[in-house]
Design a protein. Structure first.
Length: 192
């Protein structure tokens, strides 16, 4: 951790942030500058932080739930420590993502998605191209619905999306699976 030196006397300091280096300096009235560096997050750290904030989980809670310390989590996020396979799986479980979502960031395989979530390129390639493949399991539909807001507007969007999926299935003459009606009920009941 960094510390800021305090000038002698009752003089005040004003912090100055350098945009190019990411370091913060404190300028004393006498013109002296005391620098301290703020660590930058690695690509993996940015991904973990984005997912943590999106899920509303505190850093302490994330670390505790993943069975590690906050300090170790911070070392992984800043690239000072390696992400082990075991920790990767535990973090992925707590953040409710596939472990490849985290390991791909470590490997530098970032692919920005429209909703702000970063996914591994292989995951994008495995996304079903056909409606019948999308409707083969409820997992993809449920995952899509979970990304939408939980308020009244989110429920309206979810219902419209389910209507569109059903309309497209009918137009393509794809059988509408039974689970789709249960998912619709969960949306109406606000349990999804």
């Amino acid at each position: 951790m960094s510390t800021i030196a305090t000038p002698i006397g009752n003089e005040e300091q004003s912090p100055v942030v350098s945009a190019d280096s990411g370091a913060t300096s404190t300028v004393a009235p006498a013109g002296d500058t005391v620098s301290f560096a703020t660590p930058r997050l690695s690509a993996l750290g940015k991904r973990i932080e984005m997912l943590r904030v999106d899920r509303g989980i505190s850093k302490q809670s994330l670390a505790r739930s993943a069975g590690t310390s906050r300090q170790q989590l911070w070392r992984v996020m800043t690239g000072k420590s390696e992400l082990t396979t075991n920790l990767c799986h535990r973090l992925a479980s707590v953040l409710d993502v596939d472990s490849r979502t985290l390991s791909s960031a470590f490997l530098g395989d970032d692919a920005p998605m429209p909703n702000g979530v970063l996914l591994q390129r292989a995951e994008r390639a495995s996304t079903p191209v056909m409606l019948s493949a999308y409707l083969a399991s409820s997992a993809l539909v449920v995952r899509t619905l979970k990304t939408l807001p939980a308020d009244e507007s989110g429920v309206a969007i979810k219902r419209a999306l389910l209507d569109a999926v059903e309309d497209q299935a009918r137009a393509a003459r794809v059988a509408i699976p039974e689970w789709l009606f249960r998912v619709r009920g969960a949306v109406v009941d606000r349990t999804l």
